[in-house]
Design a protein around this ligand. Structure first.
Ligand SMILES: C[S@@+](CC[C@H](N)C(=O)[O-])C[C@H]1O[C@@H](n2cnc3c(N)ncnc32)[C@H](O)[C@@H]1O
Length: 278
């Protein structure tokens, strides 16, 4: 079942052998695991069958299978909880017309691809996600990860799982985000822009261009930019830069469930912020 598939697909993959603990922790009393699984089922059932329309036995079996499996990391569940808070505090309702244009920038191997679509697609919204990174190799991994996730749901018997549904899918693009201006392949306006572990520390000028672009491409009424950072100083500098470029920071909190990394003071999604156009 899922674990066997995971091993077959990702068995020798670097990211699955790293320190990440790849498991959805059931319960923990906050309900996030259940919400996340329900939203993923809804996302992969592709609108043909929301959780409430599916055979309850099938949903129960799938939930148990996924909770037992080691496919999604605890980090994803904790990110989900932070996104819930950040979105609520932003006071915005991206995709009021039932459609979300989502840009996931500097996505790396994109552990969060399906999670983001599930999160913002809750309630049956259609999510068109563009996931972009500079490095081809990361984008290849990201594509494999997303297909693998889709295969898990297909194999579990969720009806309606499709490989390509142009309106509710993730499009992976290997390119330089600073070339996005005038780029025909992605929309002009986004309801949600997400940058996990933004990397301003690495090259401030590049990230200035990226932030300038994303702030200007947010839907002025309901668009929200979410960023997460690995360490305190980088987060503070990013928020300063974003403010100087016309972004209004409406939420920024430390993640209580952040996972410490080997480097002192560095941890996963240590800070999460929500930004709107000022
Ligand atoms: C700290 S990593 C974060 C990756 C991923 N979001 C994660 O959380 O694992 C920063 C990412 O930014 C990407 N990046 C850096 N400059 C970029 C640019 N100009 N355009 C697109 N991606 C870029 C890198 O390739 C790298 O994957």
């Amino acid at each position: 079942m899922p674990d066997e598939l995971v091993e077959r697909f990702f068995g020798v993959s670097e990211e699955f052998n790293q320190s990440q603990k790849l498991i959805i922790l059931p319960g923990e009393g906050d309900g996030a695991g259940t919400d996340l699984l329900d939203a993923l089922i809804e996302h992969f059932s592709d609108g043909e069958a929301g959780v409430s329309n599916l055979d309850p036995k099938l949903v129960k079996e799938l939930r148990e299978e996924l909770e037992r499996s080691s496919f999604f990391s605890g980090d994803m569940k904790h990110l989900w909880l932070m996104l819930e808070k950040a979105l609520a505090k932003s006071g915005r309702a991206p995709g009021v017309d039932g459609e979300i244009r989502l840009l996931n920038l500097a996505c790396g191997h994109c552990e969060e691809g399906s999670i983001l679509s599930a999160f913002f697609g809750k309630g049956g919204k259609r999510v068109r996600q563009f996931a972009m990174d500079l490095r081809d190799r990361e984008i290849d991994k990201a594509k494999r990860r997303y297909s693998m996730t889709e295969a898990l749901f297909q194999k579990a018997g969720i009806p309606g799982v499709k490989e390509t549904d142009e309106q509710n899918t993730v499009e992976f693009v290997a390119d330089d985000a600073t070339h996005l201006v005038g780029y025909g392949q992605v929309p002009n306006r986004f309801d949600v822009i997400f940058i996990r572990h933004q990397n301003l520390w690495h090259d401030r000028e590049v990230w200035r261009k990226i932030y300038e672009f994303v702030i200007n491409r947010l839907d002025p009424e309901n668009g929200v930019l979410f960023i997460t950072s690995y360490f305190d100083r980088e987060h503070i500098l990013a928020l300063e830069m974003i403010r100087s470029l016309g972004g209004k920071v409406v939420f920024s909190e430390q993640n209580p469930n952040t996972r410490e990394l080997d480097y002192p003071g560095k941890s996963t999604d240590r800070h999460v912020a929500a930004i709107v156009q000022s």
